[in-house]
Design a binder for this molecule. Structure first.
Ligand code: PXP
Length: 257
């Protein structure tokens, strides 16, 4: 299983002060030394964490392949085509959301053309989709190289079932359900991820997954056949604040063996 380390929240910490530290590029070198397979960064329209200059310097200096997540925004597409990262993952974006909430709407205008534009610039493209038939078939039809299956629903249900979130003010209201119902919903989401990982593989798409994965919930996803890459950010960076980045990465890698 390949680990894509999402380093957005190193930039989030830096942007809290709008100074130079911590520098996400420094984290790239630590990650490379730890044997991380890929660096993931999300250039959001509101530039709340990763900045244009981060993207430039990380793509220029990283010894690891760079996966840039972005929305279907014409200016961002143009900017990234010029920089030629290894991979683009197309994600939906709402300004007011705290993090990416759902999979890409495959009816987004010009989606096929945007994928074509990246391909013209020799950049691989994945779509970040909810595990469902329509999103998968359209990803294939639009010539994406792969799909990243959204594990956010799985992560949310797991957190409401097995962590203290349920008793917290941040609890997810729509998932404030009985344990039996949460267990049932968890099974449904795992089955959907298994089903569409399998179908994506049959369609010869690369199969990746991510969002909300952490030290408690990652192993179930890592065991799903055909998923070859997990993109994980918040949980590793949050742990790194306490134990250091190297240890936080290493602890996650052990769970992916
Ligand atoms: N994959 C995609 C497509 C994402 O948008 C994100 C969040 O930026 C992640 C993975 C990582 O999610 P998390 O920070 O919850 O691990």
């Amino acid at each position: 299983m390949q680990l894509g380390l999402n380093i957005d929240h190193i930039a989030t910490l830096r942007q809290a002060r709008k100074i130079a530290q911590p520098d996400p590029l420094e984290a790239v070198f630590v990650a490379a030394n730890c044997g991380v397979d890929q660096i993931t960064i999300h250039l959001r329209e509101d530039r709340r964490h990763i900045q244009d200059e981060d993207v430039r310097s990380i793509i220029k200096h990283s010894p690891l392949p760079i996966n840039v997540e972005c929305a279907c925004d014409v200016n961002i597409v143009e900017f990234l085509c010029a920089l030629k990262p290894f991979k683009i993952t197309l994600v939906p974006e709402k300004r007011e959301e705290i993090t990416t909430e759902g999979g890409l709407n495959m009816n987004t205008p010009h989606l096929k053309d945007i994928i074509k534009e990246f391909h013209k610039n020799h950049i691989k493209v994945a779509t970040f989709i909810d595990p469902n038939e329509q999103s998968l078939l359209l990803s294939k039809e639009f010539n994406a190289n792969g799909v990243e299956l959204h594990t956010g629903e799985y992560a949310n249900i797991s957190a409401m079932l097995y962590s203290s979130l349920r008793t917290h003010t941040n609890k997810i209201q729509s998932l404030d359900l009985s344990q039996t119902e949460l267990e049932r919903q968890l099974e449904v989401t795992i089955t959907a991820l298994q089903t569409y990982a399998n179908k994506a593989n049959e369609l010869k798409l690369g199969v990746f997954a991510g969002h909300g994965l952490n030290y408690q919930n990652v192993q179930t996803i890592a065991k799903i056949p055909h998923i070859t890459e997990l993109n994980i950010g918040h949980s590793i960076i949050a742990r790194a604040v306490i134990v250091g980045l190297e240890s936080a990465i290493c602890q996650m890698q052990k769970l992916l063996l």
